[in-house]
Design a protein around this ligand. Structure first.
Ligand code: SF4
Length: 420
């Protein structure tokens, strides 16, 4: 990444190298629900007002687009500004797929998945016709498995109800399964050049800093949306949306904004006030509750591991995983008396000489943190489980199952001394 050198007269501290790809969490929060609910009977609090733009919006947009024309990231799903100027149009399928994958993960993590998906299923109709198992296995490692199920449901709705063509308006896109306000705006803007304000964590951060907005998230979300909408141009709205995202990912990074390289360094109110790095402010989150559970790693004499499909509905629904207790529904892990090894063994799906290993698999989900005890056993070739099936090449299965299951499987296999 190159850029103009920092201006010596600027009040901010010298620009530092930005993280190349700051995580861009893109939660599909429903905007109204993202605002804390008002207690019944309490006086209605007026929404915070959007501050004035620190410069003419058209001038801000022009500066940003000029920067984007020079510095746009090359991304596997992107049609860059030069190609776009020559009339190349983005494929809505690729835009949609990338946006779903990029929710809650980073570009470097999502890119190989995107390339595998588009190689295997080049069109939305190909994806719609794919077996559920194949898509869930290809998704393993991206997390948030409800998204993979919605991905398939959406692809099938586009193939079935729209002849394999994505709608070109936010409203039409919102009517599809798994498409919330964020994805609808992103696909409408990037794929169809609609003037939609695309709000992700990067854009919220840039807007808060550019306008020196100190009201904390999530309360301030509607204000940040209004500010982004005010800057969205009628001409090149798709490039504009991607430019703001790129600015947030490469220059206006969460911890070390490289203001010296920023096209908005002069008008930026947050930089001028010396508070840019502290923005956006956030209301402290309550600690996530703890849940405990157990999973079972059983390997038979030929090195196959016992796995089962989780129910379609619920956490990690429809994915392959280790058998376990009802950890996804249990609560109150904080003060829980640890269950004895015999009690845990009684929950196993197959008779064996079970032992609990000292290592535990830990994972943080959106609403709770999970600690899984791991029971391990080797079984005879003829052993038949009450549910699930033995799958050959135990260690290779780690790549096909969700992250929390992978952690537990690898710890269990290590404890059993199984290398392949
Ligand atoms: S938007 Fe403001 S805080 Fe962010 S990099 Fe640019 S000048 Fe710095």
């Amino acid at each position: 990444m190159t850029g103009r050198p920092p201006r010596p007269s600027g009040p901010a501290r010298p620009g530092r190298k930005a993280k190349h790809d700051a995580p861009a969490p893109k939660a599909e929060a429903k905007t109204p629900a993202a605002t804390p609910r008002r207690a019944r009977g309490a006086p209605k609090k007026p929404p915070p007002e959007a501050p004035p733009s620190p410069a003419d919006p058209a001038a801000l947009t022009a500066e940003l687009l000029a920067w984007y024309d020079r510095h746009a990231r090359a991304l596997p799903w992107r049609v860059g500004p030069a190609e776009r100027a020559q009339g190349v149009r983005p494929d809505p399928y690729r835009v949609w797929l990338s946006e779903i994958m990029l929710q809650q993960t980073t570009v470097p993590h999502a890119a190989p998945y995107f390339l595998r998906f588009t190689e295997t299923w080049p069109t939305v109709s190909d994806l719609a016709a794919a077996p559920d198992d194949a898509v869930m296995a290809a998704w393993a490692g991206l997390g948030y498995y409800a998204r993979a199920r919605n991905l398939l449901a959406c692809a099938r709705a586009v193939a079935r109800d729209h002849g394999g063509v994505f709608p070109d308006t936010e409203a039409g896109l919102r009517a599809l399964p798994g498409i919330g306000p964020y994805t609808a705006a992103a696909v409408a803007a990037i794929a169809h050049d609609r003037p939609a304000a695309v709000m992700d964590g990067n854009v919220e951060r840039v807007m808060a800093r550019l306008h020196a907005v100190e009201t904390p998230l999530p309360e301030v979300k509607p204000v940040l949306h209004a500010l982004a909408a005010r800057l969205t141009p009628e001409d090149r709205p798709g490039d504009h949306a991607q430019a703001v995202m790129d600015l947030g990912a490469t220059i206006c990074a969460p911890r070390s904004p490289a203001c010296g390289l920023c096209p908005w360094r002069d008008p930026c109110a947050g930089r001028a006030a010396g508070i840019a790095e502290t923005l956006p402010r956030k209301t402290p989150k309550a600690a996530k509750p703890l849940r405990r559970g157990v999973v079972f790693v059983a390997v038979n004499a030929s090195g196959a591991v016992l796995l089962e499909h989780r129910p379609d509905r619920g956490l990690l629904g429809g994915t392959l995983g280790l058998p376990g207790d009802d950890w996804d529904r249990r609560g109150g892990g904080e003060g829980e008396t640890p269950r004895s090894d015999a009690t845990l063994a009684g929950l196993a799906p197959i008779k064996a000489d079970w032992r609990k290993i000292s290592a535990q698999a830990r994972h943080v989900f959106t609403h709770f943190q999970l600690v899984l005890d791991i029971m391990v056993a080797t079984t005879g070739e003829e052993s038949r489980p009450a549910h699930g099936a033995f799958v050959p090449h135990a260690r290779a299965q780690a790549d096909r199952i969700p992250t929390v299951m992978r952690k537990a499987l690898l710890l269990g296999l290590d404890a059993l001394g199984i290398e392949d």
